[in-house]
Design a protein around this ligand. Structure first.
Ligand code: ADP
Ligand code: MG
Length: 331
């Protein structure tokens, strides 16, 4: 389930209690003049721990560039939502650095920075009585209820266009109450895009959707990527089946550490996904989509060994949490 990253509820995002405020030296900051303007996110040796000292993210170094579509994968509790809340700037690293949409804004302007980050968060309330088109419009004011004076004809037009882009043109005048779970999720994405954010964050967007709704959502995300080449997305999931065909990169997390990071085709292998989830799995790719399932002999003692892990890549030692990254592409 999503950890409540934000939208209008960002300032009081659930799940932030107990996390230390940033010590000196841990920053969310501007990248500075001359920075690579294609860099959307850069984390360096970033760590997050709780006030009780529990490590949630360990030594994470990661770079996301404009137009990339990242999948953030890992078992429950591996730190995916925590990492997403750092990207949403609602949480700070305990050590190390992270810049988000760097070069534009510093810490003093976090609110301005947040306006440029689209967040698809099921924790943000959707008033059931609002028509879908109005719910999308509220994304322009980043409010739960509509702020009518803020919306001009161009906003209405854009809201209608976004509903169409997400395959929801027919929902325009339907109330949120009458929309299915899957329809609501696509309306949520349209809302998050209203402010034209260069970065879109999605935490388990296909969670609890049935098969047709999931497929409609993934098709909409692929269409979105095709129509907005500069849009950067980071999508959290724990199922490879929930990755849209537009996925370009993947970061595998286990116990807060990166197991592998880089182009999806190099990272989403049986060996690496097995190391990430602690279970020998086979990974398949067909028609641009991914799937994973347990190897037939996975219950045999010692089955998670390099030799028995399904071998769709050249064999190399399977790193454990905190071990060396499986690819040389962790950046
Ligand atoms: N505010 C917090 N205080 C204490 N522990 C937390 C807090 N937020 C997350 N955690 C812990 O950090 C780990 C990672 O959580 P999370 O990022 O939500 O994982 P994921 O999204 O991968 O399931 C979990 O063990 C969780 O219990
Ligand atoms: Mg989560």
């Amino acid at each position: 389930m999503a950890a409540g990253m934000g939208g209008t509820s960002m300032a009081s995002a659930p799940g932030t209690a107990g996390v230390e405020s940033p010590p000196a030296g841990a920053t969310v900051e501007l990248a500075g003049p001359g920075a690579d303007d294609r860099v959307v996110v850069r984390a360096e040796a970033m760590r997050v721990w709780t006030a009780e000292g529990t490590m949630i993210l360990r030594d994470l170094s990661w770079t996301v560039r404009a137009g990339e579509h990242w999948a953030l994968l890992g078992p429950n509790g591996s730190g995916k939502s925590t990492l997403l809340s750092l990207l949403a700037t609602v949480r700070h690293p305990s050590a190390g650095t992270i810049s988000v949409l760097g070069g534009a804004l510093g810490r003093a302007n976090l609110w301005r920075l947040r306006e440029r980050i689209g967040i698809v968060d099921p924790a943000v309330r959707m008033p059931p009585e609002l028509p879908a088109i109005v719910l999308v419009l509220t994304g322009a004011s980043n409010t739960v209820q509509p702020l009518w004076p803020r919306y001009g004809p161009a906003d209405w037009e854009r809201a209608g266009h976004l509903l169409g882009l997400l395959g929801c043109a027919g929902l325009r005048d339907r109330t949120i109450a009458s929309c299915s779970q899957g329809e609501r999720q696509r309306v949520r994405i349209a809302r998050a895009l209203m402010a034209e954010p260069p970065l879109l964050l999605l935490d388990e967007p296909a969670n609890a959707l049935d098969l047709p709704a999931r497929e409609a959502l993934l098709a909409a995300l692929a269409d979105l990527a095709a129509s907005r080449p500069d849009l950067t997305t980071v999508l959290v999931s724990h199922h490879l089946e929930e990755l849209p065909t537009s996925t370009t990169h993947a970061l595998l997390l286990r116990e807060g550490a990166s197991v592998a990071s880089g182009p999806a085709g190099e990272v989403l292998t049986g060996e690496r996904v097995s190391a990430c989830f602690g279970l020998p799995v086979r990974v398949e790719r067909r028609d641009g989509r991914w799937s994973a399932y347990a190897a037939p002999d996975w219950r045999r003692p010692g089955s998670l060994s390099p030799s028995s892990v399904p071998n769709d890549t050249p064999s190399s030692p399977v790193p454990g949490p905190g071990g060396p990254p499986a690819t040389g592409t962790t950046r």
